[in-house]
Each structure stands twice: as structure tokens, then as C-alpha cells.
Write a protein that binds this ligand. Structure first.
Ligand code: AMP
Length: 280
């Protein structure tokens, strides 16, 4: 595996590979890798000649200084995991390399960013879009792989690619879960053993929402699930919503022609977790 930290080096290396007709599959990450990340990589490896992974804890997408400071950084372990999936290139730029100047770009994703994560994490998706656009310019991938765990992020990235006319195919990948249902996340390792035992409640409640979909209309179901989340005092609910999978706007009734996803964000102690489940 080639480990490169400058834009100049990775551009030169990949340009040469592309000239030889190789296709590039790209998985951008913030490190602290787990099986969810590795599934994206295995798929990218299968569908492309070269697998390029980036690890960059992107400061401009954090709206909370403590979250940025505490974000797990485990490069040594990550490198071993990347070798186990035969990653070809690991790109690990530092902040100066990615942002030599103050970034002022302001994207407008319209109503996609005014709901859910966008509402509770101001500036987050602008920061995500800035880094993803930069990484796409540097890596010039044929395909880029993103997890449905970050459902709204995926919608924002599809819109970014359309708005900026970036020639890359965005491949959504299913959520990978622990055996007890907890969605894998780099932040899970920050949970205390007690919190970790409580965490499967999130997916259990989302499954309950899905089960009840045939028996109750969308609005009362939304309220019922909010009550279940708010009734568990171990958690602090930020939002739960049932939304159209394209517009991300709340739905008010079921329609089998409209894809529907239930999304949640909540705090368990000091750790903020998100998850979602497809309802239709
Ligand atoms: P992150 O390192 O958290 O920025 O995540 C990098 C990529 O991995 C993003 O596309 C995430 O959506 C994806 N990802 C993170 N956790 C999971 C998971 N449990 N299942 C599938 N994809 C995931």
C-alpha cells in the first residue's frame, strides 16, 4: 500500500495509473476504521482497478470543538485494516495541506440541509461538501463509495456532484451493524461499557417504527416513536423523523411510490449517535 500525504505526490501517482487505463474507486473516511468502512472498501476494490482511501479528520465539518478534539485517531490500527483489504493508496493529508488558505466557499443545498442533521449541526454539510469536493478534485475517482448510515450526507453529496458536474459515480452502501443491531460508528468506541450496553435500544426502536408502519399512519407513528425515545431517560433525543428518501422532507402519510426512511439523532452520555431505517 502506498501511503501519501501531499497532493502533489498523490496526483502524480494516480495520473500515471489513469494514463495506463486503471479505474479508481475511492472511499473518503475520517479514520478509526471499522467493518462498516471496510465493506465500502471491499466493494470499491471489487468494482475498480485501484482502491484509494483517504483518512482526514476534517475540521471544517465539526460544529463542536470538543467533538473534533475527542474524535478517535488510530492510524496504526487503521493501516493494518487497510492492508487487510488490499488498499492500493492511503491518502493522509494534514490540515495545512488540505486548507493552505482559509476556506470561504458557501454551498446552497436548499431544503436538503435545513432539516435533521443540517438543523442541529449548522455548517456541517457545507464543511462536508468542501472536503469532498477537494478530495474528488485530487483523487479524480471513477466511483466513490458512501454509507447509508449517513443518509442525509449521501443526499448532499449526490446534489454536490450534480451541481458541480463532477464526473464521478456515487455508490451508496448499506449500513453495517454490530450483532446486537447497533450501527457501526467510529464514535462507538467512545461509549463507556454501560453506555455500549444501552445503545442497541436505538435500532430496536427504529425496527419498531418499521413494524408498525402497516398499522398506523405516518403522523401518529412519528409521535409514538418520539415518545418511546423521549421515555428512555438514558438518551437525549435530538430529532426523530420519517422522511421522503429523496427530498428528506417529513412525510405525512404512506405512499408506496415514495421511498421513506426513518432517521434519528440522539445523545448517549456525551456521545452523539445517528441511525436510520428504510420504512418503504
Ligand atoms: P466517516 O469516517 O465516519 O466519515 O465515514 C466514512 C464513510 O463510511 C461514510 O461514507 C460513512 O457513511 C461510512 N460508514 C460509516 N459507518 C458505516 C456503517 N456502519 N455502515 C456503512 N457505512 C458506514
Amino acid at each position: 500500500m502506498k501511503v501519501l500525504s501531499t497532493i502533489k505526490e498523490i496526483r502524480a501517482y494516480l495520473e500515471q495509473k489513469k494514463a495506463g487505463g486503471k479505474t479508481i474507486g475511492f472511499v473518503p473516511t475520517m479514520g478509526a476504521l471499522h467493518k462498516g468502512h471496510l465493506e465500502l472498501m471491499l466493494r470499491a476494490k471489487e468494482e475498480n482497478d485501484l482502491l484509494v482511501v483517504s483518512i482526514f479528520v476534517n475540521p471544517v465539518q465539526f460544529n463542536n470543538a470538543d467533538d473534533l478534539k475527542n474524535y478517535p485517531r488510530t492510524l496504526e490500527e487503521d493501516t493494518k485494516k487497510l492492508e487487510s483489504v488490499n488498499c492500493d493508496v492511503l491518502f493522509i493529508p494534514d490540515v495545512e495541506e488540505m486548507y493552505p488558505q482559509v476556506v470561504t466557499t458557501q454551498y446552497n443545498f436548499g431544503t436538503l440541509e435545513t432539516v435533521m442533521e443540517g438543523r442541529f449541526r449548522p455548517g456541517h454539510f457545507n464543511g462536508v461538501a468542501i472536503v469532498v469536493k477537494r478530495l474528488f478534485d485530487i483523487v479524480t475517482p471513477d466511483r466513490a463509495y458512501f454509507g447509508e448510515k449517513d443518509f442525509q450526507q449521501l443526499a448532499i453529496i449526490k446534489k454536490l456532484v450534480a451541481m458541480e458536474k463532477i464526473p464521478v459515480e456515487i455508490i451508496p452502501c448499506p449500513i453495517v451493524r454490530e450483532t446486537d443491531g447497533l450501527a457501526m460508528s467510529s464514535r462507538n468506541r467512545l461509549l463507556s461499557p454501560e453506555e455500549r450496553k444501552l445503545a442497541p435500544f436505538i435500532y430496536k426502536t427504529l425496527q419498531e417504527a418499521k413494524r408498525r408502519r402497516n398499522h398506523i399512519c405516518a403522523n401518529p407513528l412519528r409521535q409514538m416513536i418520539i415518545n418511546i425515545f423521549e421515555g428512555n431517560k438514558n438518551f437525549k433525543l435530538e430529532y426523530f423523523d420519517i422522511v421522503n428518501d429523496k427530498t428528506l422532507q417529513p412525510i405525512n402519510g404512506w405512499n408506496d411510490k415514495v421511498g421513506t426512511v426513518a432517521c434519528v439523532a440522539l445523545w448517549l452520555g456525551n456521545i452523539r449517535l445517528i441511525d436510520n431505517i428504510r420504512i418503504i
